[in-house]
Design a protein around this ligand. Structure first.
Ligand code: PHE
Length: 452
């Protein structure tokens, strides 16, 4: 079966597809609202530390499992460890990715609605009008369910067209355009009156707001944004060729991911402070802030503003899709290979489970506020369960596996791949994966459980 698996056919394809998975609503929707909820710059600093100190080693660890294991997440963990027990970590990844895809599709669906609204010109008016519009569409059961299911359908179509053609081609075209558009929007947002207060909020840290929860949220967001801890990177790495440098791929992806998140912050906070939107508005923050940038910064040339708005939502949806595709691929590869179903059938099963979760999530934040789990809306529950528990747990177990239980020779060979420079770096990597990373995650968990 292994020899018939697809593989990414170019280095740039690999970095773009991995970055395509990483860059998505995590950067442009989730990151800014968490920065806003957690007081700004101090959260940002902790987040960046998590990306570079824990995220990059974590990505490499997952890549190692996937490229050596050459199979779906569950089988890859088993092949790599030589034991069935470790395949549970892969299974945990499949489960986590299904839950994330369920609520992620709802947010991507809101983006579709905003795209539609910018095309037909519904996003006009001051910040209160936009706030009402968001409240209206997220509470409308038909619209929010329909859009979320549309996202899953689009994802399903790309996935059933195959790994290489679908994913690689998509990421190659959209990512660079998105980057250029974000830079234009940063300039537009910073040119708004009073925007510097937003820049200050993002870059001038106030550590008095930091507590254990802030750190866990930053850690969860770093993992969410890098697609780490869901076995997504493991699944993608199973399609990597042996010549690919894992350190380089991980560092480049983390860098692109962080740059995009920062650009998103530099669009949203200056605009929010300029028009008087509360930075701690939560999940609606991006949706109620960005339309104002288009209207105000381009008020002299409204047509340009409108066209930019259409392009922005279009690209945001595409960025979300490269992420939903990567999440979907985890389950599809698993159902297809593990149960010996056709890829079509595996994909269909994945789409159906996610559709159920998407409907529950969509209704829980709108039409059915009684859909609560542990006092939170089902959607918030899925979000915090995955980001704050399951992702760090998946990464922690992967660190244990790669650092302590796996054959050192295999880990070394996957990491070094014949490069003398990487040979020198390997002991540092091993130290970090064995001690620094698992200990940090454990400490954060124990603190959260009030053990320490
Ligand atoms: N990293 C993606 C984003 O930032 C979300 C994601 C999480 C994708 C987990 C795959 C797996 O939007």
């Amino acid at each position: 079966m292994t020899s018939s698996r697809n593989s990414f056919n170019s280095k740039i394809g690999i970095i773009l597809a991995t970055a395509g998975s990483a860059v998505g609503l995590g950067n442009i929707w989730r990151f800014p609202y968490l920065v806003g909820n957690n007081g700004g710059a101090a959260f940002l600093l902790i987040y960046i530390a998590c990306i570079f100190l824990l995220g990059i080693p974590g990505m490499i660890a997952e890549f190692i499992v996937g490229r050596y294991g050459k199979a779906n997440a569950v089988k890859a963990y088993q092949n790599f460890s030589g034991s069935k027990a470790w395949s549970l970590v892969g299974a945990l990844g499949v489960l986590t990715s299904i839950i994330i895809l369920g609520f992620y599709a709802v947010v991507a669906g809101w983006c579709i609605q905003f795209l539609y609204a910018s095309i037909v010109g519904e996003l006009q008016g001051n910040v209160y009008v936009i706030q009402d519009y968001f409240a209206l569409i997220s509470a409308n059961p038909f619209l929010s369910v329909f859009n979320a299911l549309l996202v899953l359908l689009l994802t399903h179509i790309v996935i059933t067209r195959g790994v290489r053609r679908g994913i690689e081609r998509a990421s190659k075209i959209f990512m660079p355009i998105l980057l250029v558009l974000l830079v234009i929007l940063v300039v537009a947002s910073i040119s708004l009156p009073d925007s510097m207060k937003g820049v200050d909020f993002l870059f001038n840290p106030d550590f008095s707001t930091v507590n254990g929860n802030t750190i866990l949220e930053a850690l969860g967001q770093a993992f969410f944004s890098l697609s780490l801890g869901t076995a997504c990177l493991c699944t993608y790495a199973s399609y990597f060729k042996p010549s690919v440098s894992l350190l380089k791929t991980a560092s480049q992806t983390a860098l692109i991911d962080t740059i995009i998140a920062l650009l998103a912050g530099l669009i949203i906070f200056p605009a929010a402070f300029s028009v008087g939107v509360d930075a701690g508005s939560g999940p609606s923050l991006v949706f109620i802030t960005i339309p104002n940038v288009f209207q105000q910064a381009f008020s002299a040339v409204p047509l340009v503003g409108r066209l930019m708005s259409i392009l922005f939502y279009l690209l945001l949806i595409l960025a979300a899709l490269t992420s939903t595709i990567s999440m979907h691929e985890i389950g599809t590869a698993f159902f297809h290979e593990q149960f010996r179903w056709s890829r079509q059938r595996g994909a269909m099963f994945e789409t159906l489970i996610c559709a159920v979760l998407a409907v529950v999530s969509a209704l829980s934040v709108g039409a059915c506020p009684n859909l609560k789990v542990m006092g939170m809306s089902a959607m918030n529950f899925f979000d915090s369960l995955t980001a704050q528990t399951l992702l760090p747990l998946g990464a922690l177990l992967t660190f244990f596996l790669v650092g302590w239980f796996a054959s050192r020779k295999v880990v070394e060979q996957e990491f070094i791949g014949g490069s003398p420079l990487l040979k020198k770096i390997f002991p540092v990597f091993l130290f970090v994966v064995r001690y620094a990373c698992p200990l940090s995650i454990l400490l954060i968990f124990l603190h959260q459980l009030e053990v320490i």
